[in-house]
Design a protein around this ligand. Structure first.
Ligand code: SF4
Ligand code: MG
Length: 332
């Protein structure tokens, strides 16, 4: 079948008081049916804006352009608000970080799930409640027949995140976009929610685009990864290959910044900070932070080029990096 998501040449600008903010530049992205792709980057790298553009949710004042923006072969760019509402939920589910603010505190979780089924599918009240109970079971809520009548505040943070996932998959979308779905949770619960996402995409054949700043999350779950920096994809490929043999110094720096795979706190910290979207450096935008930067990097922006089958990097010195990593491994 058609890819779950096809993005070609996506750019997103915001007109602000401080001038034009170029949030996303020339992004290409593919997610195959049933595939779990991670979009990795620091805050402000453009990863959320990229994913939300698919749903027409890039934000107020966003100017979105793309050569191709398709969900399951259906173009979604320029759809009417009505058309977008149909895509949302039915074709693409969205799970966000903050479950508490995404849920309605005065309705039971069963009522909230049933509402989706009634509005989109015209399902009757009793059938909708029965299906809501099934969905709670599917996402691992214990005693679903009883808990379907509980309100959001009666659940733990992890359980609330499961309920959001149940709502997002209620209409059996072909693509689930999960934007930092576990960031607010403690590590053990994080792992359980990620396991659930992985399990669901296998059972339902649903593709997942997982947005995260956490390299550990990428390692644990994704088939492929796209690393974003300053609004662009700087490296992409199969997760195992990219993480074992990074071909972009930014990816490599992210890997070096992981304290240990078992470490509790896996927040990314590398020297310097990402550029403001209003002041992206010329040439390679990573050059002020790059240990391999040379004069040429300050002038010419590197294209995203294939370095191995399925793996691409946007770096003038990609080849030297791979030799160095080999040396480090040999010496160490
Ligand atoms: Fe570093 Fe130059 Fe490669 Fe950019 S192009 S990542 S500055 S070596
Ligand atoms: Mg974000």
């Amino acid at each position: 079948g058609a890819p779950a998501l096809t993005v070609r040449g996506l750019s997103v600008d915001f007109a602000t008081d401080h001038g034009l903010v170029r949030a996303v530049r020339s992004v290409d992205l593919d997610v195959a049916p049933g595939e779990l792709v991670a979009l990795l980057g620091e805050s402000g790298s453009g990863k959320s804006v990229t994913a939300r553009s698919v749903l027409g949710l890039a934000g107020a004042g966003a100017e979105v352009s793309a050569d191709v923006l398709e969900v399951g072969g259906t173009p979604v760019l320029g759809l009417s608000p009505d058309g977008l509402r149909r895509i949302r939920g039915e074709r693409v589910g969205l799970v966000m970080q903050d479950a508490l603010s995404a849920l309605n505190p005065v309705l039971t979780v069963g009522e909230q799930i049933a509402e989706i089924l009634r509005v989109h599918r015209g399902v009757g009240r009793r059938a909708a409640t029965a299906r809501a109970t099934e969905l709670l079971a599917l996402v691992g809520i214990p005693a679903p027949a009883r808990r379907v009548r509980d309100h959001p505040h009666q659940f733990s943070g992890g359980m609330r995140q499961r309920i959001l996932i149940a709502m997002a998959i209620a209409l059996e979308p072909e693509l689930l976009i999960a934007d930092e779905p576990t960031t607010a949770l403690d590590v053990t619960v994080q792992a359980q929610v990620l396991e659930l996402l992985d399990d669901l995409r296998h059972r339902l054949g649903m593709a997942v685009l997982l947005i995260t700043h956490d390299l550990g999350v990428v390692m644990e779950t994704s088939d492929r990864v796209a690393v974003m920096y300053a609004g662009r994809v700087v490296e992409t490929g199969p997760t195992t290959e990219v993480l074992s043999s990074p071909r972009h110094p930014y990816t490599e720096a992210l890997l070096r910044s992981v304290p240990s795979r078992a470490g509790r706190d896996r927040l990314l910290t590398i020297p310097g900070s990402p550029p403001s979207p209003t002041a992206v450096p010329p040439g390679c935008s990573f050059h002020p932070r790059c240990r391999l930067a040379v004069e040429h990097c300050r002038e010419a922006r590197p294209d995203l080029l294939t370095v191995l089958p399925g793996q691409a990097a946007a770096c003038h010195r990609s080849d030297e990096l791979v030799e160095e990593v080999r040396d480090v491994v040999t010496v160490g």
